[in-house]
Ligand binder design. Sequence first.
Ligand code: ITT
Length: 201
Amino acid sequence: MKTIVFATNNHHKVTEVAGFFEKHFPGKLIIKTLAQIGFSDEIIENTETFEGNALQKAKTVSKACGLTVIADDSGLEVDYLNGMPGVYSARYAGEGCSSQDNINKLLSELEGVPMEKRTARFVSVICACLLNEEVIYAKGCCEGVILTSKRGTGDFGYDPVFYYPPLQKSFAELDLDTKNGISHRGIALRQFVSLFDISKA
Ligand code: ITT
C-alpha cells in the first residue's frame, strides 16, 4: 500500500478524490487528509492562477510531511463576469463566507441575464509533489450554464446552480460516480493517473 496526502480542507473534494482513487487503485493507495497527518497550519494561496495555487498547497504540505502530496485548486469561470469568480471562487462573497453567500452573490450579479449568456465552466488543476521532487500537473474543465435558482440536494459550492446540459441536471443532482465521470475534477484526475507512476509515491 502507498500513502499519499491530499492537501485540502474541503471535505467535498476529499469525498470525490478518495472515491476516484478507490476505483482506480483498489487496495493500493491510502489517501490521508490534512487532519489525519495532523497538519493545521494556514496554507497561503495568493497566486492569480489555479496552477500557482495548487502548487503552493502541494508544496507547503509536502515540505512539512515528506510524503507524496496532491492538491486541487479549482473554481468557476462565468463568461458574463469575464471569468470571475475564478481563483476567488471559495471567497467570492468575502473571507469566511458560506457556499450559500457565494451563490447569492453570483445569482445577484447575473440577475436578468438571459440563459444563453449564462455560460460558465468549472476548472480543476491537480498538482502533485512526488518524493523525487518531480511535480505533476493535470487540468480539467467542464462547461455548463448558471441557473437562476438552486436545483438538487448536493451542497458542494456552486453545484446547485451549475447546470450540465448533456445530462439535463445540475451538478447537485448527480451522484458521486456520475459527477466524477464528467466533472472538471474527474477529467483532471483521469489525466493525473495517466501521468502518475504509483511506484514513485
Ligand atoms: P482547499 O483550498 O482547502 O482545497 P477550497 O474550497 O478553499 O479548499 P479552492 O481554493 O480550490 O478550494 O476553491 C474552490 C472553490 O470553487 C470551492 O470552495 C467551491 O466554491 C468551488 N468549486 C470547485 N469545485 C467545485 C465543485 O466540484 N462543485 C462546486 N463548487 C466547486
